[in-house]
Design a binder for this molecule. Structure first.
Ligand code: IPE
Ligand code: IPE
Ligand code: MG
Length: 250
């Protein structure tokens, strides 16, 4: 029996988000440069995207580069930015074939021109993809994103497009969705650390969390399916009691 057959097709997480961590340690363990870890990490992205399409996941958001990652040594930042251009160009034809729509979230203006170009090109080329929304968080942090949303709301109030009374949780949600992603159902972090690192703080408020010691370059289809199977064992109560949830499912 294949692992995919153990997945309940009626309980697929709508949105899986992944903190792809451990590239550097994977490389170090093998006596390689950190950039080799990032390169190998692209193969994992390919496998996981294909697995997500097979499992019928509708949203997959991957954390590729954080606002805080700008603090890394210049050579590493440059290597990641160049890799991004190459990876996006190489993968786009296959993404189109698989019906994957690419989207990027984060401070795109801060990226080098070549990376920005490839971001815009691939977004345009894949815009008709209907199977999976693949969202790459790059130069991204949740605090950056929420600050941007607050600024937009304030400016809309100033310009009388919005009144103060209209600012509700639902409205904030709408503003976030405009520039970002919907609510996360399953949040995976590889690499062994148990933290969120400024990723989707609002959207993951009720996500199921899955942490694994596997380094990102060693993560693939099998590990992705294992995470989904683990997710399917959880009872999502959203504040209610177990008895209420059972009654609702009858
Ligand atoms: C994740 O791997 C990729 C990025 C943050 C760009 P790391 O580069 O953080 O790898 P470790 O955590 O040092 O092993
Ligand atoms: C989180 O990994 C960011 C990405 C995976 C892009 P980091 O390796 O940067 O996280 P911290 O700094 O160890 O929390
Ligand atoms: Mg790391």
């Amino acid at each position: 029996m294949h692992l995919i057959d153990k997945i309940d097709k009626n309980n697929i997480p709508n949105h899986v988000a992944i903190i792809m961590d451990g590239n550097g340690r994977w490389a170090k363990q093998k006596g390689l440069e950190r950039s080799e870890g990032h390169r190998k990490g692209v193969d994992s992205v390919r496998s996981v995207v294909e697995a997500a399409v097979k499992a019928n996941v509708k949203w997959l958001t991957i954390y590729a580069f954080s606002t805080e990652n700008w603090l890394r040594p210049c050579e590493e930042v440059n290597a990641i930015m160049e890799l991004m251009v190459l990876a996006v160009a190489n993968e786009t034809p296959e993404l189109i074939k698989n019906g994957v729509r690419l989207k990027f979230i984060g401070d795109i203006d801060r990226l080098p021109a070549a990376t920005r170009e490839s971001v815009y090109n691939s977004t345009e080329k894949t815009k008709n993809g209907a199977n999976l929304n693949l969202v790459v968080a790059i130069s991204y942090s949740s605090r950056w994103e929420l600050t941007k949303v607050v600024n937009t709301i304030v400016s809309d109030v100033k310009n009388t497009l919005l009144t103060e009374e209209e600012i509700t949780e639902e409205l904030i949600e709408k503003y976030i969705e405009k520039i970002s992603v919907p609510e996360v159902d399953l949040l995976i972090r590889t690499g062994g650390d148990i933290r969120i690192s400024n990723f989707l703080l609002w959207q993951a408020a009720y996500a199921e969390l899955y942490f694994t010691n596997v380094f990102w370059p060693d993560f693939g289809e099998q590990q992705f399916f294992e995470a989904i199977i683990d997710y399917q064992q959880k009872e999502r109560r959203f504040g209610k009691t177990s008895e209420q949830i059972e009654l609702e499912s009858i």
